[in-house]
Design a protein around this ligand. Structure first.
Ligand SMILES: [Zn+2]
Length: 240
């Protein structure tokens, strides 16, 4: 594969022919959209520091630059989202959601404790919202939308403190926090739709709901009625 400045060209040993391979190719082209290849040697870059050079100090600052550490974290209620949304995040943080593992722990019979989305790991809050491939795709799309660094979450609580590390203006950070809380809400709602209504999960639907509902809340709860849908879709709001 290479680029000639106006698009990609391919040197196939054997061109992809099956639907699965063609789908993979389409996904690859989608992921490469916006990337420009230049003719310099590949190198590793440490994204947590502007210099691109790794150091233990920058790692420490990356993990703990905020006023309080995740370990001592008390859930910050965000009044730009309904209370039920904050409450769901609080329950997930305390591991009090009726996930399949949560139900089994309370001796409630469940057909399986495997994740409803991927079927590859036990359905705990941490898996459902952090390590599941479905959730990871949601976070990836949200970081692209909000133009913040990729999300590195190792536990559920990391999601609740992500906005601290976003390096964006204060009000925009609060909007980003509201979007994360909204995403947690939408992932849980989609999970319930799948369990109770056998509705297949859809990444496009969940991202669509997050964008539409979060704009509605911001417009009504923050009284920012002048924000347009196209500004919100570009996350071109509260720029300082
Ligand atoms: Zn999963």
């Amino acid at each position: 594969m290479g680029t000639n400045g106006s698009g990609w060209f391919w040197s196939w040993k054997r061109p992809p022919a099956s639907p699965a391979k063609l789908t993979e190719l389409a996904n690859l082209i989608h992921l490469m959209r916006g990337f420009v290849l230049i003719s310099v040697a590949d190198r590793w870059t440490w994204v947590a520091h502007d210099s691109g050079v790794f150091s233990v100090f920058s790692l420490k600052s990356f993990i703990q630059p905020a006023p309080q550490s995740a370990r001592n974290y008390m859930l910050t209620w965000n009044n730009w989202v309904p209370k039920k949304v904050c409450l769901l995040a609080w329950r997930a943080d305390k591991d009090r959601l009726p996930t399949r593992v949560g139900l089994a722990r309370r001796s409630i019979q469940v057909p399986t404790i495997l994740c409803v989305f991927c079927g590859e790991a036990d359905e705990t809050s941490e898996h459902l919202f952090v390590s599941c491939s479905f959730a990871q795709s949601v976070w990836q799309l949200i970081t692209q939308w909000c133009k913040v660094s990729s999300i590195y979450a190792f536990g559920f609580r990391d999601l609740l403190v992500l906005h601290w590390y976003s390096r964006i203006p204060k009000k925009k950070m609060k909007a980003f926090h509201a979007i994360i809380l909204k995403a947690i809400w939408c992932i849980w709602r989609m999970r319930n739709d799948m369990v109770f209504n056998r509705k297949p999960p859809s990444l496009a639907n969940v991202i669509g709901s997050i964008k539409v509902l979060s704009l509605l809340w911001v417009k009504n709860m923050v009284k920012e009625r002048s924000i347009t849908s196209s500004q919100w879709r570009a996350f071109d709001v509260f720029n300082g």
